[in-house]
Design a protein around this ligand. Sequence first.
Ligand code: ADP
Ligand code: MG
Length: 361
Amino acid sequence: MAAMLIEAAARVPEVEISLYCESNDEATRDYKNRMIAPLRDLLALTKWVASVDFITFEHEHVDLELLKAVPGIEAKLRPNSTCVAISQDRELEKKTFQRLSIPVAPWCTLGSDINDVPSKSEALIPGIVKTATHGYDGKGQVSVSSKEHLTAAMACLVGHRCVLEKRIPFLREVSQVSVRSLDGTMQHYPLVENIHRAGILSVTKAPAAAYSELAQNFTSRLATDLDYVGTLAVEFFVMDDGLLANEWAPRVHNSGHWTIEGAKTSQFENHLRAVAGLPIGDCTAHQPTTMWNIFGCSRSDAEAVVQAVKESHPKSSLFLHWYGKSPRPGRKVGHITICEEANSATNQAIAAQVDRLQITE
Ligand code: ADP
Ligand code: MG
């Protein structure tokens, strides 16, 4: 995502990006203004922090204690460290949603003692055990369908604080990507529908039908309460009678990648604008748009699929983004955006080839 933020910076002349990378990240290796050092290298980090005006991040799994050890970081961090702390921890995240009267699936905390199964847990089976921290793309999750399963899952995850959530028979999954500026102005992209494959986002369709106003209301409530600055995303389960919040991300989001071609201002440009204290741009969509993730697939295979679809559908409005990462099963290496209705012939042609583009094992 850092590469897409760098790309967006070309449209925001007020912003110059300086990257701090923990490793020789393949996707940003051609970017000149880049420092490579471990986060725990406090000398390097302190020097870098002093050299920039504002700090943001591409993922929220950063060691907050470490960051707090660096002078001046808190004042420059956008979004702020409370947002990072809450989004890192599923228990805190759910408590925050509940404090703000945003409904969530029934849940409970599981301690690390497998003999100490909370009495409440029986009512949450069938359910999903999730590690409280460090989960992404379905990792750190185990489905449980009986009490015995739950004990086995807890034994597997021993040493990790976890939550148990009831398995929700949702109608659909949607996410709200929104932006909040330094002065508190909030703008919302259209609500989108997300379809997952093996826990990984497979397709995003913009716009999604129903409950858009409710999703925007919940997202504004969260962002305002946390004095959030930047682009954020909240994932919801759609129920017959409303929405349940699943999780949120204090950053640009995979379900917002479609905005690069599909909206007047992309989520990346708007994140930079908000973080730099500039007014945010228009979030209106140009037209319905679909985004297909590419994972585990080689660049040549992705290009071959796109080329074939372009040849058979010469009028299609289709864009391939390749992240410059080496593929391995389940690793997101690119995405395809199609600026057409979700059921267009181009989308159907990509859907027919999706097994070649999305490889998980
Ligand atoms: P991640 O951080 O991996 O995205 P999520 O909590 O979003 O974690 O879970 C990944 C996917 O697993 C969700 O998008 C949804 O499809 C499914 N899932 C997660 N929690 C539940 C639940 N309580 N009930 C039903 N499906 C769920
Ligand atoms: Mg998720």
